[in-house]
Design a protein around this ligand. Sequence first.
Ligand code: F6P
Length: 360
Amino acid sequence: MGEQKKIGILTSGGDCAGLNPIIRAVVHRAVGCYGWKVVGICRATHGLMSRPPEIMSLELDKVDPLLTMGGTVLGTTNKGNPFAFPMPNGKECDRSEEIIEGYRILGLDALIGIGGDGSLAILHRLAQQGNINLVAIPKTIDNDVGSTEYSTGFDTAVNIATEALDRLHFTAASHNRVMILEVMGRDAGHIALHAGIAGGAHIILLPEIPYTIDCVCRKIKERQALGLNFSIVIVSEAVCTEQGETVTKMEQFGECRLGGIGQYLAKRIAECNGAETRVTVLGHVQRGGIPSPLDRLLGSSFGVAAVDLIAQGKYGEMVTWQNRQVRSVPIAEAIKTYRAVDPNDTLIQTARGLGICLGN
Ligand code: F6P
């Protein structure tokens, strides 16, 4: 069975469906198969900054309900980069050494970090600075982590956005309206592309493909000429205005977030086409809820593989999903490239083949 290890696990960045199934799988593999101990670290790296470190015990006989739970029982945050941590006096402070010290206080042999590209870059830097034995697992509804076809959380978000389109069809058809669905995804259009095709959208707008309102309105007119007096548009939150400006909104505490492109498009389409237009912003609904079967499979596979990497002493690796196989790549390689939608992606060809307007 090998030496008994004590490993930590944390979730970092925005929550998504599939995090809890990963935690469950890690406990099953590490405790159930290897006989190790697993310590849950609360609120991402913040838990390692606290004194004593903020932890949660993860017992084999208690983790099974996690399979169907959204969010993360460990808590998470997408704020407070430890290398430039915002202090109460308004200044920023490098608190990385406190986190490394927290890892040592807990006597951990290795750490499993679950995050998107931003969190993984921070964890990788911490690991290098503090000789932390890190293994990473990709998660994000945006599906923009490099080197992996899927990140945990993406599939559930696509399911939710697809269901929203299915529902919007009825109102669009009943009222002869143009219905616009604005979805998340940060700078990558994966959610809009996947849900747009699966949900039968007539127009899909992605940050990766420039569009014109003329082209969008032409598609709506073509449909009207066929007697189809409604159209469904799905737009990714990072799509810009025609002038190339990013549309953002200010949240509390002065935080700027993407949002509002749907309203912009509605106004421009109504001006150009005269169509009655409505906007739905799906927002954080995409992040929550019961993990889809695929996210449970991915989460379970990633969790098992991450523990196996630790057993083999293969640190500094991120587990990936490639050609229906779980593999791993160096974290440094995964975070080097942002995974946006490739304009030659097979689904782009599919969308064009279906006559879906991509805005150009
Ligand atoms: O990265 C995940 C994500 O949901 C993005 O799609 C979105 O732009 C952002 O996080 C929202 O962040 P917050 O939860 O801070 O509003």
